[in-house]
Ligand binder design. Structure first.
Ligand code: GDP
Ligand code: MN
Length: 432
């Protein structure tokens, strides 16, 4: 990589005036590039829980209002709870863009289930944990409602600072647990588990007691906690969160809500679970990119970036900012590149109407630059590229790559290093 430019960039990064913009862009990019732990919908998590002997309510899943109505009738329950299925929490207090308030509703009338489902399915539900515009609801859960006498909080997480699993619980559940942690930290209880020894009876009992389960309920809660831990371990979860972990007036301990995240490294041995991955909440363009083994991240500027590797993506983002521009997106090619992928990458990059210029910044370590160059010229011709294209290639077979680009006769601007590339890309946009 061009060391002098990187050194200059590093120095500029320390300039206080530039920091906010850079940090904002970086944190956004980091957030978006960070691993996407598999996260199942509530109904899928509850199915797993029930397979492991954890107590959940009877339920059906529906993707139309009519199906929801039928499910409500079939449940034949005293009371029904209807729950919008999205990956974010805080649904109870959420709002739909249909005007309906609340992503969780209780009713005794199956017809009301149908009417409410009509205002949920196909609409966006916005909660404290979603983007402002909310997340589109494709499915609803229709479950038998149970009375809740008390709501507690229980989670099992893989915690780096504890080198293993930790039980986290609070007798004050149902509500936002972060708020409890802030206002009443003494009401948050933890049990560190030795992953080799497993959960001890005494730990499960102590947590049950701390959660306020009394008498025979204490043993029942401890048993549920042990079963949840067993599930956590067997499915390679990174987090199992139950809020509320509640008790009914009849003396049942029940998991009323469920959120399970999984370790992506375990995909090879959790094929059935990963097959349930619900991609409907991804951006369609991300899914399309994933089909070609490309990673796409949408940002809000106007310069499309085609790079290889997350590090180079960050550097490219920074240097575009330093030159007064804003990235529109990133497409990360990764390692073993094929010409067809480069073509697909250009197709995806130019599909975004915000894009006014494309900056290719590829460092050929494993990647052969000539393959990239051939992919670029092919894409330019076939897609009849309308926006300026600035290309910076470096590394393996770069001379041949440059020859291919030069002799193509296409209006491609070559750049000698990253700084030069960023400046040219920013200039090509601002000149318009
Ligand atoms: P969240 O808002 O996304 O966390 O969704 P939850 O599944 O936790 O539901 C929100 C709230 O609805 C819970 O905290 C409960 O107070 C209430 N709730 C959910 N299911 C039932 C039920 O079966 N019976 C009763 N009485 N309340 C429920
Ligand atoms: Mn909840």
């Amino acid at each position: 990589m061009a060391a002098p430019a990187a050194a200059r960039a590093a120095k500029l990064l320390r300039a206080p005036a530039l920091r906010p913009a850079l940090l904002a862009a970086r944190s956004q990019a980091f957030q978006l590039t960070s691993r996407r732990w598999l996260n199942l919908q509530e109904y899928q998590s509850k199915k797993l829980m029930s397979d492991y002997g954890v107590k959940v309510q009877r339920f059906f899943v529906a993707d139309t209002a009519n199906e929801a109505l039928e499910a409500a009738k079939r449940l034949n329950a005293k009371e029904i709870v209807l729950k919008a299925q999205i990956l974010a929490g805080g649904r109870g207090k959420g709002v739909f863009n249909s005007g309906l308030k609340g992503g969780v509703h209780l009713t005794k009338d199956p017809n009301v289930v149908g009417q409410l489902a009509k205002q949920m399915i196909g609409y966006n539900l916005a909660t404290k944990q979603t983007p402002k515009e909310g997340v589109k609801v494709h499915k609803v859960m229709v479950a038998e409602a149970l009375d809740i006498a008390r709501e507690t909080y229980l989670a099992i997480l893989m915690d780096r600072s504890c080198n293993g699993p930790v039980l986290v619980g609070s007798p004050q559940g149902g509500v936002d647990i972060e708020e409890v942690a802030a206002s009443n930290p003494e009401l948050i209880f933890k049990e560190q588990i030795d992953i080799f020894e497993g959960i001890k009876d005494s730990q499960a009992q102590r947590m049950a007691e701390n959660l306020g389960f009394l008498g025979p309920l204490k043993n029942q809660a401890a048993d549920q906690i042990k079963k949840l831990y067993n599930l956590f371990l067997k499915v390679d979860a990174t987090q199992v969160e139950v809020n509320p972990f509640g008790e009914t007036p009849e003396g049942q301990v029940v998991c009323f809500d469920a959120k399970i995240n999984f370790d992506d490294n375990a995909e090879f041995r959790q094929k059935n679970i990963f097959a349930m991955d619900d991609k409907s909440e991804n951006e369609p363009i991300e899914n399309e990119a994933a089909r070609y083994d490309l990673k796409y991240i949408g940002l809000d500027g106007n310069i499309a970036c085609f790079v290889n590797g997350a590090g180079l993506a960050m550097a490219t983002c920074d240097i575009i900012f330093l030159n007064g521009g804003k990235p529109a997106n990133f497409l990360d090619l990764g390692g073993g590149v094929k010409e067809a992928q480069v073509y697909q990458a250009f197709k995806l990059l130019t599909a975004d109407p915000k894009v006014e210029a494309i900056l290719v910044n590829i460092f050929g370590g494993i990647v052969n630059c000539a393959i990239i160059a051939n992919g670029i010229t092919k894409a330019c011709r076939e897609l009849e590229l309308k926006v300026p294209l600035v290309v910076r290639l470096e590394g393996t077979n770069v001379q041949e790559a440059q020859r291919i680009l030069r002799s193509s006769g296409l209006p491609i601007t070559s750049a000698v290093d990253l700084e030069d590339a960023a400046r040219k890309a920013v200039d090509s946009v601002s000149k318009k």
